[in-house]
Design a protein around this ligand. Structure first.
Ligand code: ATP
Length: 572
């Protein structure tokens, strides 16, 4: 049977990754899946006749305007992943449970699913506007722990909601796939098991190889001087026939892959293929095979260098590659020749190779996690995309851009919100900003004030206000006094110094890496001590603690504090 194209559309990228993985587990052998976020959906993204699965009714109106009329379309229903409910089932019956989601409608839907199945308890739907009632025994959240105030202990996270089984029945019916319902049920459970027990950071975003360069330099908003210069340099590289390897660095979500696509489209080889692979998937065997191709008996699978012919191969997040693949890659790039895995013949290739990284490869070289020869080969033509916080002039044009993309020019933000956005430390930069605005546009009316912001932003707003007061009242002294309530000012300063140095080199630290770094600097702390120091610094808004690989870093307030601290001549 010929595989059919199914486009799956959601607001948030993370959620899209999860349901894409679920659909792959259930129907991956019969359909081609194209995940698309709402902000990336344009009128020509979905091809005529392809199927569309819309993740929520909230975006149906917008999505249907942007897809061809003849596309069969399903609005998905969502359900909790019952594989994650063991804790709930083990509670004595009759518990009072508060269900927290990102908005009231979603909280009510989750409550509905829980009442229908785990009927032993009583549920109340909650939004961050409400106070937490006294009588509550536990808080239940479907993967939205970050919405809760810090410090709550009786929280049961049942993981993100998945597509419900009736949605799969509908897909199969519409595509005329001849699977008995029992087979769908079995695969549905398989997917639930596969996606259970992990939080969303751990779920690998199994991103497909992308082979369309949809962005042009005109699409890149660049009003600030630094961004204009970066675009200018990228154009020069694009036209330069010697620039066969181009390396792009920038914090997550600054537009690296957008630049890679624009460079391809601006080059004389724009008509040729653009193929991109993301190395942040942990399955390095697959990546190796995709990059170089393989020969198994009679079966040949072509690698990206040959598939791209004279076009462009983009290797995203190259810093994630293990040294063994880096070594192969270096030889391939240096010689312009590759050998398929298990193959004997050397093949030449003539495509341009663009690499990207969210972490500083130079710093990785120093830590012996990245090959120096490969770095030197790549660094010749390199671009550094500035973080959003370093180019505030771009903020308003970017907001206009996303409003236009999602066809919501009507929405307005209060001055207070705009000011807050300017000061906010967008750890996923433009991607984060776009997600927040898209999200707000669908959940609120056309007028957005501070009260409409998602809870995780609002708590930051309060923190920001707190910090502003601090600044006005002789910031440094007050912060020092706060730190000294817990003691160990000198150690806290050393930790901030470490983060500060790291940020300059675009390095963020997980706790373990930080511990090792501090030990090298002569500060020896136990895990517990380090955790306590970090909590104090985080509570004061001096560092940003991020989950998973992203690691932690110093906040802008933290940097200002350090600068003032040294200026005032404190000596710890
Ligand atoms: N300067 C910009 N102008 C317009 N849109 C932008 C700009 N920068 C980023 N975007 C948008 O932000 C989103 C993220 O961009 P992109 O995926 O290129 O970033 P990235 O640095 O490759 O992200 P990651 O590191 O997470 O892979 C995309 O929707 C992109 O269109």
């Amino acid at each position: 049977m010929k595989a059919r194209n199914v486009n799956i559309i959601a607001i948030q990228e993370r959620y899209l990754d999860i349901i894409t993985k679920q659909i792959k587990e259930v129907l991956g052998d019969t359909i081609n899946i194209h995940p698309i976020t709402v902000k990336d959906l344009q009128s020509d993204t979905v091809k005529s006749g392809d199927m569309v699965v819309i993740s929520s009714s909230q975006i149906k109106g917008l999505v249907t305007q942007l897809i061809p009329n003849d596309c069969p379309c399903i609005v998905a229903k969502r359900d909790i992943n019952y594989m994650n409910t063991k804790k709930l089932l083990n509670l004595p019956p009759g518990q009072e449970l508060l269900v927290v989601n990102d908005n009231k409608m979603n909280a009510e839907e989750t409550v509905q699913s829980l009442r229908e199945t785990i009927f032993e308890h009583n549920y109340v739907a909650y939004t961050p506007e409400d106070n937490i009632p006294q009588s509550i025994n536990y808080i239940v959240t479907p993967g939205e722990r970050q919405l809760l105030p810090r410090g709550l202990t009786n929280v049961i996270d049942i993981g993100p909601r998945l597509l419900d089984i009736s949605t799969f029945e509908k897909i199969v019916k519409l595509l005329d796939i001849n699977y008995p319902i029992s087979q769908i049920v079995k695969r549905y459970f398989k997917a639930c098991v596969s996606l259970s027990g992990r939080n969303k950071e751990e779920i690998q975003s199994n991103k497909d190889i992308r082979n369309v360069a949809q962005y042009y330099f005109e699409d890149i908003i660049s009003v600030s001087k630094s961004m204009k210069e970066t675009v200018q340099l990228a154009k020069c590289y694009s036209e330069d026939s010697h620039a066969i390897h181009i390396h792009i660095e920038g914090e997550p979500g600054t537009g690296k892959s957008m630049f890679a696509q624009a460079i391809h489209n601006y080059s004389t080889n724009a008509e040729r293929s653009f193929i991109s692979i993301n190395c942040s998937s942990s399955d390095f065997n697959t990546i190796e095979k995709l990059l170089f191709g393989s020969e198994e008996g009679e079966e040949i699978s072509y690698g990206l260098f040959e598939l791209a012919e004279n076009g462009t191969v983009c290797i995203e997040e190259i810093g994630e590659l293990p040294l063994s693949i880096q070594k192969q890659l270096f030889h391939v790039l240096e010689k312009g020749k590759f050998r398929r895995l298990s193959g004997s013949e050397l093949h030449s290739f003539h495509c341009r190779v663009i690499t990207t990284s969210s972490i500083s490869c130079k710093k990785l070289v120093e830590k012996e996690l990245f090959r120096r020869d490969l770095y030197e080969l790549l660094a010749k033509y390199s671009l550094n995309i500035p973080a959003l916080s370093e180019r505030k002039d771009d903020l308003l044009p970017l907001i206009h851009n996303v409003k236009k993309r999602i066809k919501r020019n009507d929405i307005e933000f209060t001055n207070e919100v705009i000011e807050f956005f300017k000061e906010y430390n967008w750890d996923n930069n433009v991607k984060h900003l776009y997600n927040v605005i898209t999200y707000l546009a669908f959940l609120n009316g056309d007028h957005i004030g501070i009260e409409s912001l998602p809870f995780h932003l609002r708590s930051n707003y309060d923190q920001q206000k707190f910090n502003t007061v601090f600044e006005a009242n002789n910031n440094v002294n007050k912060i020092i006094a706060e730190i000294e309530k817990h003691g160990f000012l000198d150690e806290n300063i050393k930790i901030l110094d470490a983060f500060y140095e790291g940020k300059k080199e675009r390095i963020s630290y997980g706790r373990k890496a930080l511990k090792v770094y501090l030990e090298k600097k002569g500060l020896i702390l136990s895990e517990q001590q380090l955790r306590m120091r970090l909590e104090v610094l985080q509570d004061l808004g001096l560092i940003i603690v991020r989950q998973g690989r992203a690691g932690s870093t110093i906040s802008r307030q933290g940097e200002e504090f350090l600068r003032e601290f040294y200026k005032t001549g404190f000596n710890v």
